[in-house]
Design a protein. Structure first.
Length: 303
């Protein structure tokens, strides 16, 4: 079975490709390499360069690759960039997804897995956030991940293509960049390896749901193999404080310094974690890595 992976040279996408290759799938990647790297690409996968915002390039990819299913991960992921440049954000995340859907329709694709985000929920009304929670994004990025969900459902009803929409919690792991909208785990890891100060904004008691990238890759494979159409959270159904995260990483990275506390940032959510009952029920998926096991595996991968 041949699987097209948009954004397959990126942080999460490359781990999804690894999982596909490990399970015997033929993986074909479509990536413009703006943030991804060929260094991340599994040698067992193919690559065609191009941009999801370019319909001609995308059509050529589908004609050449002739995939049976698509895992759509290509996206603009920088929240701050979305606020500064909402047109670009929408062009990649909304129009890019519509372009992928058009190609799925044109080329008779039967299954699509879409990478959505916890950002679609905005500030939590209650914890753990389940799929019935109101969607009220705080950023253009959140909107640009939410809007394609509606298009996917409508295309499914029109074409018969089945889909899985996975709303990721805070994903961390090897290959994640510390620059730009890098997650706090990647930023801490980068600074710890360089012996630089690690900054915590606020008092560090804010909580987040950190899910390891290999668990997310596994969720994508299970979603691909399902025949059901659904939308589900992909998180740990729990959370730790930023302080706890820092001291766990300090231990595994042998970091000698204490954190440097900075004023809390305006608009930061104090507590957030995703309930995962639905994905457990539909896919029989559960995180395989605790935060300690994930950090240990990440540290080992870093060398």
């Amino acid at each position: 079975m041949k699987i097209a992976v948009t954004g397959g040279c990126g942080f999460i996408g490359s781990h999804v490709v690894d999982a596909l290759v490990d399970r015997g799938y033929e993986a074909i990647v479509f990536d413009n390499l703006s943030t991804g790297s060929t260094n991340n690409l599994n040698p067992g996968a193919g690559l065609l360069t191009g941009d999801v915002a370019d319909r001609t390039e995308l059509d050529s990819f589908f004609k050449t690759a002739r995939p049976d299913a698509v895992i759509h991960l290509a996206a603009q992921i920088d929240v701050m960039e979305s606020m500064k440049n909402p047109t670009f954000d929408a062009m990649i995340n909304i129009m890019g997804t519509i372009n992928v859907l058009d190609m799925c329709k044109k080329h008779g694709i039967g299954r699509m897995v879409y990478a959505s985000s916890a950002a679609v929920y905005g500030n939590p009304v209650y914890l753990g956030i389940d799929e019935r929670h109101p969607c009220n994004p705080e950023s253009f990025y959140g909107y640009s991940k939410l809007v394609p969900e509606y298009y996917i459902r409508k295309y499914s009803s029109l074409t018969g293509m089945t889909y899985a929409i996975l709303r990721y919690a805070n994903v961390y792991g090897p290959r994640q960049k510390a620059e730009g909208e890098g997650g706090v785990v990647a930023i801490f890891a980068d600074r710890m390896k360089k012996g630089q100060d690690c900054h915590i904004f606020g008092d560090g008691t804010q909580t987040r749901d950190f899910v390891y990238v290999k668990d997310i890759a596994n969720a994508n494979i299970l979603a691909l193999e399902s025949t059901k159409s659904f939308t589900a959270n992909a998180g740990t159904s729990g959370a730790i404080t930023v302080n706890e995260l820092f001291f766990i990483m300090k231990e595994y990275y042998g970091y000698p310094l204490s954190p440097v506390y900075k004023p809390a940032r305006t608009g930061d959510v104090q507590h957030s974690w995703l309930g995962n009952d639905k994905i457990r029920e539909i896919l029989k998926w559960a995180p395989g890595y605790s935060i300690r096991e994930g950090i240990a595996d990440m540290r080992e991968s870093d060398g």
